[in-house]
Design a protein. Structure first.
Length: 164
């Protein structure tokens, strides 16, 4: 069962991701945001795969509706947290945060190239989106891993509760 605290935390992460959405840069038809991948890395570990995905989707919809995101934020943000969450469940290792680019670049890039780009009238391929998403997801995941490790050094009991 999902706790109220985790749902509230997912909402707070979605709000933080939306606010940080202004820190992005255009790259092809997308606006890449490494800090979203930082949040995905952290959310996958603290909230699990499905709440991380939900928070990323809410963030993507909010950024899109506020005019500082693109439709590519949806597949680009969705899969990173899912992969991190499942890898963390399987390994119980914080290094799972570094798997965020696998979900974002490989899965999200494929979905963007095969479904979203053609629907938008773009001729860009999945390989193209994999590269663009990797350029954002790799540094974001590294920052997320560093933050997770730093928070463990601070010894915040709430974090241990969340990642259970």
């Amino acid at each position: 069962m999902i706790s109220t605290e985790k749902v509230v935390a997912a909402g707070l992460f979605a709000a933080l991701g939306t606010v940080l959405g202004g820190i992005s840069f255009p790259l092809g038809p997308t606006r890449v945001m490494p800090l979203q991948h930082t949040l995905n890395s952290i959310m996958g570990i603290l909230l699990g795969p499905w709440l991380a995905a939900a928070a990323a989707m809410i963030t993507g919809f909010l950024r899109l509706s506020l005019g500082f995101g693109t439709i590519f934020a949806l597949p680009g943000g969705l899969f990173g947290g899912i992969v991190v969450g499942y890898v963390y469940r399987l390994t119980d290792k914080k290094i799972a945060a570094l798997t965020e680019p696998l979900g974002t670049s490989l899965i999200g890039g494929t979905v963007s190239g095969m479904l979203v780009a053609p629907a938008m009238g773009s001729a860009q391929t999945s390989i193209y989106f994999m590269g663009i998403f990797a350029a954002s997801a790799i540094p974001g995941a590294i920052i997320g891993y560093v933050l997770i490790k730093a928070l463990n050094l601070i010894d915040i009991p709430l974090l241990e509760e969340f990642s259970q």
